[in-house]
Unconditional design. Structure first.
Ligand code: FES
Length: 280
C-alpha cells in the first residue's frame, strides 16, 4: 500500500479540472495507454499569454490523476513563461510529496506541460518527447533525452531511481545496461548534487510561491491533525517568518515544530538555505 499525502488523496478522490476544453488553444498529449499512463492537457490562453483555464484527461493510477490535477491548478493564472518554469519537483511539492515509485506521474505532468508550451510557441517537439529520437526503453517508449533530463533535474544515481521517475527498466529489463551507461555518463558531466536547479538560484517571486505552496499543502495539513495551524507572516530573502496558531500557538514544543517540521519541509521542497523564524 502506497503512503500518500492528504493532498494526493484529496486530488485523487476529488480531482479538479477534469475533462476537455472544447475550444482549447493548445492540447498536449503524452504517455500511452498501452504503457499504462497517458495524459492529455488542455490549455486556454488569452492574448496576453495568460493561462485562463486548464483541464486534463488522464489514464493511470491515483497519483497520475492527482499529479495532473495539481498541474492544472498550478498553471491557471500564470503566463506561459511562468508556467514553463514549473518542474516535476514543483508538482511533487504541491502534492506534499509522492512515493518514490510514483515519481513518474510528476514527470508525465511536466512532459505534458513542456509539450504544451512548445506547441503554443510553435517550437519543435522537445528532444525528450520526440519518439523519433533514440528510444532506450522499448517497453515504455522512453527516450535517451528524457532519461538524461530526469537524471540531471532530480539528482538520480541508480537504475531503480530512473525507473521510479520514467518507468524505463521496469518491465523486461533489457534496457537496464544502457540506463546504467547513461547514469555513468551523466555523473561524469554533472557530479551528483550539481543539478540545474541547484545552480540557478530562486527568484524572490518563485521562492515565495514555493513557500506558500509548501505551507498550504504540506505543513498546514500536518499541524491541523493536532488542532494547530500556521500563518506565513513575511519572507525576507531566505528567512521565512511564520506564526503558529491554534493548539501550536502556546505549545512548549513550538520551537521544535518550527525547526523539525516547518524548516525541514521548506528546506526539502523550496531551498536548502531556508531559515524559519517565529514572528512575534
Ligand atoms: S525495454 Fe525497458 S523495460 Fe523492457
Amino acid at each position: 500500500m502506497w503512503n500518500y499525502t492528504d493532498k494526493v488523496k484529496e486530488l485523487y478522490t476529488n480531482p479538479r479540472n477534469v475533462g476537455a476544453i472544447d475550444n482549447a488553444d493548445v492540447v498536449a498529449e503524452v504517455g500511452s495507454i498501452v504503457c499504462g499512463d497517458a495524459l492529455k492537457l488542455y490549455l486556454k490562453i488569452d492574448d496576453k499569454g495568460i493561462i485562463t483555464d486548464a483541464k486534463f484527461e488522464t489514464f493511470g493510477c491515483g497519483s497520475a490523476i492527482a499529479s495532473s490535477s495539481a498541474l492544472t491548478e498550478m498553471v491557471k493564472g500564470k503566463t506561459i513563461e511562468e508556467a514553463s518554469k514549473i518542474t516535476n519537483q514543483d508538482i511533487v511539492a504541491f502534492l506534499g510529496g509522492l512515493p518514490e515509485e510514483k515519481m513518474h506521474c510528476s514527470v508525465m505532468g511536466h512532459e505534458a506541460l513542456t509539450l504544451a508550451v512548445a506547441k503554443w510557441k510553435g517550437e519543435s517537439i522537445p528532444d525528450e518527447l520526440d519518439t523519433e529520437g533514440e528510444i532506450i526503453c522499448r517497453c515504455f517508449g522512453v527516450t535517451d533525452a528524457l532519461i538524461r533530463k530526469v537524471i540531471r533535474e532530480n539528482h538520480l544515481k541508480t537504475v531503480e531511481e530512473v525507473t521510479n521517475y520514467t518507468k524505463a527498466g521496469g518491465a523486461c529489463g533489457s534496457c537496464i545496461p544502457r540506463i546504467e551507461d547513461i547514469i555513468e555518463e551523466e555523473l561524469k558531466v554533472a557530479p551528483a548534487g550539481e543539478s540545474e536547479k541547484e545552480k540557478r538560484p530562486l527568484t524572490n517571486i518563485r521562492r515565495m510561491q514555493l513557500v506558500e505552496e509548501t505551507i498550504n499543502n504540506v505543513i498546514r495539513p500536518e499541524l491541523q491533525k493536532d488542532g494547530g495551524n500556521i500563518e506565513l507572516v513575511d519572507i525576507d530573502g531566505s528567512v521565512v517568518y511564520v506564526a503558529l496558531r491554534g493548539s501550536c500557538a502556546n505549545c512548549v514544543a513550538s520551537n521544535v515544530t518550527l525547526k523539525n517540521l516547518v524548516e525541514t519541509k521548506l528546506r526539502e521542497f523550496v531551498e536548502e538555505g531556508i531559515e524559519v523564524v517565529e514572528a512575534k
